[in-house]
Design a protein around this ligand. Structure first.
Ligand code: SAM
Length: 472
């Protein structure tokens, strides 16, 4: 039944294989010889399969867990350096015809304010985001073929890319909309999107069907096979994720890695990113109604294990998580975070109004973008607004090759520093600017190729004189 190369959801995410994996993990989690061998394999930076990673997830030995954390940190630094890419979600519309039990946008919710941005309102939202310094967005919309057809999404993307305001520019639009057809994915590809993101929510078919009782999202196979259709439509950067809290985390973790293995096996490229959202309070949603919530300790362990299992995949932590929790998991391999997010429709342009009635969920980290940037720098990270890769055609396996050859320091690192310099010039507070300038001077020294280093330093000087958008 288990066939990683099959295009059928129930074969590449085989329930039987997951159950056997969990049994195998239970049997072997105290087998320290095996645990050591798996950690040793991860040390070779070639990743782990779902069985191996599941053994480590089941292992409770404190020392081994510490070893995994140290390794996750090393692997993150080897492949990505100390950069953290910054983005913000942009909610276009909360009209939705689905019945997802964990989401307040579900059709039966009659008291949530339904909103859909007009193109003029999108201009206002994006201008507000540009004024903070954002360059990379993830657009979000409920599933509603009448209110949010693909034409609306495409028009919105075109509007977003077209907005030039002072030195602002949105250079990468990632898209998080419901599973759709190959034809529609091709249209999104042609519109120049970055990553197509779709959370699986849960890999457990029965639970999936119970949690999505009505609407097109009820179809487990259609949802689970969406990334294959996205890739058939030409999108080669796709982002996976599960909503932790809905099902047993060990089941989800194995399913998530099997999905990544499937994409790599049949398309030659694994997921570009993995997100690890947890169910949060929302309008008519109480996370306590879900039995499978995970502790911060388990959450941290999952992050570290994703990092060592799929070393070339970016990992995203959103503002669903608090500053404290984000600080805890950043060293475990996170590569992207959102900042200053609003999960309401229209929440950036009118922050003073009460948007809570159209919010998708409560955010825990409510700091401004400048506070987030300042905090990252103080923690020793390089906040990056870089969006160069897909604009230079480095998507899918071309990005992975760069990553695997550890060329990131000659490419992503200078790009990160140049975009940080843009942020310093155009948006930073005095204190953040001072810290940022010191950081840029120090970090330039890390670029191994002398020619690249010299060119980056030259570009950074020119940014002071108003030139923008240098990239390697
Ligand atoms: N409608 C699209 C879909 O079906 O995939 C777009 C996704 S929705 C705007 C973004 C994600 O938010 C969902 O995939 C879900 O995982 C997450 N989400 C929904 N309700 C949530 C809640 N109460 N707490 C945390 N995340 C939630």
């Amino acid at each position: 039944m288990y066939n990683v190369n099959s295009f059928r959801a129930e074969e590449f995410i085989s329930d039987e294989e997951i159950r056997e994996t969990l049994e195998y993990a239970d049997k072997n989690c105290d087998n320290m010889e095996l645990v050591d061998a798996i950690i040793e394999k991860a040390r070779q930076r070639k990743g782990l399969n779902h069985r191996e990673a599941s053994v480590l997830l089941a292992c409770q030995n404190e020392e081994k867990i510490k070893e995994i954390y140290v390794l996750a940190n090393q692997i993150k630094n080897d492949f990505y350096g100390n950069r953290i890419v910054i983005f913000a979600p942009l909610y276009l519309s909360n009209y939705c015809v689905n019945g997802c039990l964990y989401c307040p946008y579900h059709l039966k919710n009659k008291h949530i304010a339904r909103k859909k941005l007009t193109q003029e309102e999108i201009v206002r939202e994006v201008t507000a985001l540009q004024d903070m310094g954002h360059k990379r967005l993830a657009i979000e919309a409920g599933e509603d073929p009448v209110n949010n057809p693909i034409e609306y999404i495409l028009e919105s993307i075109q509007t977003i890319y077209g907005i030039q305001h002072k030195n602002g520019a949105i250079r990468r639009v990632n898209v998080n909309i419901a599973a759709t057809t190959v034809e529609n994915y091709r249209k999104l590809h042609d519109a120049g999107i970055g990553t197509y993101i779709l959370f699986q929510e849960t890999y457990h078919k029965e639970s999936y069907e119970r949690l999505h009782p009505t609407g097109p999202k009820h179809d487990y196979a259609y949802h689970t096979e969406a990334m294959d259709r996205a890739m058939a439509g030409g999108i080669d950067d796709v982002g996976l994720g599960v909503l932790f809290g809905l099902e047993l985390y060990r089941y989800e973790f194995a399913g998530l890695l099997m999905h990544a293995e499937h994409l790599e096996a049949v398309h030659g490229v694994g997921p570009h990113t993995i997100s690890v959202p947890r169910v949060k309070p929302a309008d008519d949603i109480n996370p306590d109604d879900f039995d499978n919530g995970i502790s911060d300790d388990i959450f941290a362990k999952i992050c570290a294990l994703i990092r060592i299992s799929v070393p070339y995949t970016g990992m995203i932590i959103s503002t669903r998580e608090s500053q404290e929790l984000r600080e805890r998991v950043l060293p475990l391999g996170v590569s992207q975070i959102s900042g200053a997010s609003r999960t309401s429709v229209g929440g950036y342009a009118q922050p003073s109004q009460d948007n809570s009635t159209s919010e998708q969920f409560d955010v825990s980290d409510k700091r401004s973008l400048d506070e987030v940037i300042n905090w990252l720098i103080r923690l020793g990270f390089v906040p990056s607004f870089c969006t160069a890769c897909y604009r230079e055609g480095r998507t899918g396996d071309r990005f992975m090759t760069l990553c695997k050859n550890m060329q990131i320091l000659n490419c992503c690192h200078p790009n990160a520093l140049m975009t940080l310099k843009e942020y310093m010039e155009d948006y930073a507070s005095e204190d953040t600017k001072r810290l940022g300038m010191e950081l840029i001077a120090r970090e330039l020294e890390k670029i191994p190729n002398p020619k690249v280093k010299e060119r980056a330093a030259q570009n950074i000087r020119e940014i002071e004189h108003g030139v923008r958008d240098f990239r390697f």
